[in-house]
Design a protein around this ligand. Structure first.
Ligand SMILES: [Zn+2]
Length: 218
């Protein structure tokens, strides 16, 4: 399957936890050359807004299971990052890179927002299919990157109810063969662990709490 020859080469992906150095002017020294930023959920919107403003790079993101309405410093209530591009539940093209987003986690309590049963996530995937097929017709491939919050079932997921991954994502990778599936949700407590797993033709990467991806090298 033809791969994208993207104009973007360096991606900064973030999720779940604020990285102090990213949320500081040092971001420019460390990440001033990133072409685009991906957010995998459970982050304050002000953090995403800070990153997009400082780097002058688009922030494309999905919701995590804890995302909802947040209060801004000026008292306004917002449910998305201003200046960010929310692609949860949709197919999106960023220059020559084809993305889709499936945020949220497995349902583990009765909070309504951003939790899904396996069946609900499967139906969310089905709703992406027209856009993916259109990509295939226009560009010769379904997509390059699937942005999620939760990991796939059996890959980097946890045993407890809130951290079980989605089987739907395995099905998705087998059919649509994204180059990357980027997720968060699973916190790592040791810095020397690099969660990167190849499944079918996809690199599954846990980006918690931040990760640089050099397109094609990971
Ligand atoms: Zn989460």
């Amino acid at each position: 399957m033809p791969q994208a020859k993207p104009t973007m080469k360096k991606i900064l992906a973030v999720s779940d936890e604020i990285v102090t150095i990213i949320h500081s002017p040092q971001i420019l020294e460390l990440y001033g050359d990133v072409d685009v930023v991906f957010g995998c959920g459970d982050l304050p919107y002000y953090y995403l807004e800070y990153i997009t403003t400082m780097l002058r790079a688009d922030v494309i993101y999905v919701y995590g299971n804890h995302d909802g309405v947040q209060l801004k410093a000026d008292g306004r209530k917002i449910d998305r990052a201003e200046g960010g591009i929310l692609i949860d539940g949709r197919v999106y093209r960023h220059h020559d890179v084809l993305l889709a987003g499936l945020g949220g986690s497995i349902r583990y309590n009765d909070r309504a927002r951003n939790q899904y049963t396996e069946r609900e996530m499967f139906h969310r995937m089905l709703r992406l299919i027209p856009g993916l097929v259109l990509n295939r017709l226009r560009f010769g491939r379904y997509l390059d990157v699937l942005l999620t919050h939760s990991p796939p079932f059996g890959i980097h997921d946890g045993k407890d109810r809130a951290h079980i991954g989605f089987k739907t994502f395995l099905t998705f990778m087998r059919y649509f063969k994204p180059r990357y599936l980027l997720h968060g949700h699973k916190h790592l407590y040791r810095r020397d662990i690099n969660e990167c797993t190849t499944y079918d033709e996809t690199q599954v990467l846990n980006v918690y709490p931040s990760r640089v991806i050099n397109w094609g090298e990971d």
